[in-house]
Design a binder for this molecule. Structure first.
Ligand SMILES: Cc1ncc(COP(=O)(O)O)c(C=O)c1O
Length: 349
C-alpha cells in the first residue's frame, strides 16, 4: 500500500518546487578553497542568527556534533550528557571512535537534566579519572519525545560549565522547534553555550546540511576536523541555497507541525492499548507506549505501514511518530483513522 502519512521522521521531507528553484539558481564556487559565495552567505547569516562569531556549513547533524566534540577534546576526556542524547545513541559511537572520549550518562527527565546533575558528574582532578571536558545539551531532545529545555535550565548549566572549565555544546538539530514552542529567539539559548549546531534537513525541509557555530577560534578548529572527517565539500552552494531558503521561508510554519502533533497525540491518548500523555508533546515528536494487546511495537508498525501510515518502532513497546511540512492535517486525520481501526479490535477484548 502507498504510504499516505509518512510519520517516520521530519527528515523525510522533499524540497518544494520553490526551494528547488533556489537551489538551481545558486551561485557556487569551490568551498574547500573558501570561494563559494552562497556557503559564505549562509555561514554569515547563521553566525548572526545564532549570536556567535562564526559558523561552518557541514553535511549532517552527526558531523556537526562530532567536529564540535573533536575540536575541544583529546583522547581520555569525558563528555557529560543524558542517556537519551543523539551523540550517544545514534552517531555510531563517534565520541569514542573519532574523539577517544568516554561518556558520563545522566538520567534526566525526557532528556533534560539539571545544573546539579552536571556538577555531580564532574570528575575530581585526579590521575585516576577521565578529564570532564564537555557537556552536551540536546534541544529539543529527540528520544525524549521532542522535549524542550527551559532557557533558565540551560543558563544554569552554562554557569556551571563556565565556573568548572567545561565546554557546553548545544545539539540544536531542532533548536528552531524549541524556539517556536517557547516563543524565544535562538540567542536566548545560545548565549549560554560555547557552541551550537542546528540542522536544515529536519523540520526546516532542506535536503541536506547543518551548521556549527561558536567563537572564531573554535570554528577554525572545527574547519580542520570537518576536513579530517571527510566533510569538505566543493560546490556546496547548491546545498547552502536550500538551507538559506529554509531559513527564509520555513521557520514560522513550525508551529503548524506542533499543532498537528498535539492533535494526533490527543486522539491517540484516547485509544485503548496506547499509553501517552498529550501534554508531553511540546513540539513535533510523539513517543508513546504500546501495550501487549496490540502486539510488539514492530508488529504494530508493520500493520500501520500496510494501511498507509509509516512510523518507527523505537523500543520493544515504544513507537515514535513525527510531524513535518509534508504531512498536513488531512493526512494526520487519515493516520488517526488507521490507529482507531487497529486499536478498536482490543476495545471489546
Ligand atoms: C538531536 C539530533 N542531533 C543530531 C542528529 C543527526 O543528524 P543527521 O541525521 O543529519 O546526521 C539528529 C538526527 O535525527 C538528531 O535528532
Amino acid at each position: 500500500m502507498k504510504i499516505i502519512a509518512d510519520l517516520r521522521s521530519d527528515t523525510v521531507t522533499r524540497p518544494s518546487p520553490a526551494m528547488r528553484a533556489a537551489i538551481a539558481g545558486a551561485e557556487v564556487g569551490d568551498d574547500v578553497l573558501g570561494d563559494d559565495p552562497t556557503v559564505i552567505r549562509l555561514q554569515e547569516r547563521m553566525a548572526e542568527l545564532l549570536g556567535k562569531e562564526a559558523s561552518l556549513f557541514v553535511p549532517s547533524g552527526s558531523m556537526a556534533n562530532q567536529v564540535s566534540i573533536r575540536s575541544v577534546t583529546e583522547p581520555g576526556d569525558e563528555i557529560i550528557c543524558d542517556i537519551h542524547t543523539h551523540s550517544y545513541n545514534y552517531e555510531a559511537a563517534g565520541p569514542s571512535a573519532l574523539c577517544g572520549c568516554s561518556l558520563a550518562l545522566l538520567h534526566g527527565q525526557r532528556g533534560i537534566f539539571t545544573a546539579g546533575d552536571v556538577e555531580a558528574a564532574i570528575r575530581p582532578n585526579d590521575s585516576h579519572f577521565a578529564h570532564s571536558r564537555v557537556v552536551i545539551v540536546e534541544n529539543t531532545n529527540n528520544r525524549g519525545g521532542g522535549s524542550v529545555w527551559p532557557v533558565e535550565t540551560v543558563a544554569a548549566i552554562g554557569e556551571v560549565a563556565r565556573r568548572r572549565g567545561l565546554h557546553l555544546h548545544l545539539d540544536g538539530a531542532r533548536l528552531m522547534n524549541a524556539c517556536a514552542a517557547e516563543g524565544v529567539k535562538p540567542t536566548d539559548y545560545t548565549r549560554h553555550v560555547d557552541s551550537v549546531s542546528t540542522c536544515f534537513s529536519k523540520g526546516l525541509g532542506a535536503p541536506v546540511g547543518s551548521i556549527v557555530a561558536g567563537s572564531g577560534a573554535f570554528i577554525r578548529r572545527a574547519h580542520r576536523f570537518r576536513k579530517m572527517f571527510g566533510g569538505g565539500m566543493r560546490q556546496a552552494g547548491i546545498l547552502a541555497a536550500g538551507a538559506l531558503y529554509a531559513i527564509d521561508h520555513n521557520l514560522e510554519r513550525l508551529v503548524k507541525d506542533h499543532a498537528n502533533a498535539r492533535h494526533l497525540a490527543e486522539a491517540l491518548a484516547e485509544l485503548p492499548g496506547i499509553g501517552l500523555d498529550p501534554c508531553d508533546v511540546q513540539t513535533n515528536i510523539i513517543i508513546f507506549d504500546v501495550d501487549e494487546r496490540l502486539g510488539t511495537s514492530a508488529e504494530l508498525a508493520e500493520r500501520l505501514g500496510a494501511r498507509g501510515v509509516a512510523v518507527f518502532d523505537t523500543g520493544p513497546s515504544q513507537i515514535r511518530a513525527v510531524t513535518h511540512m509534508d504531512v498536513n492535517r488531512e493526512q494526520i486525520d487519515f493516520a488517526i483513522g488507521v490507529f482507531r481501526e487497529l486499536c478498536s479490535g482490543i476495545a471489546v477484548a
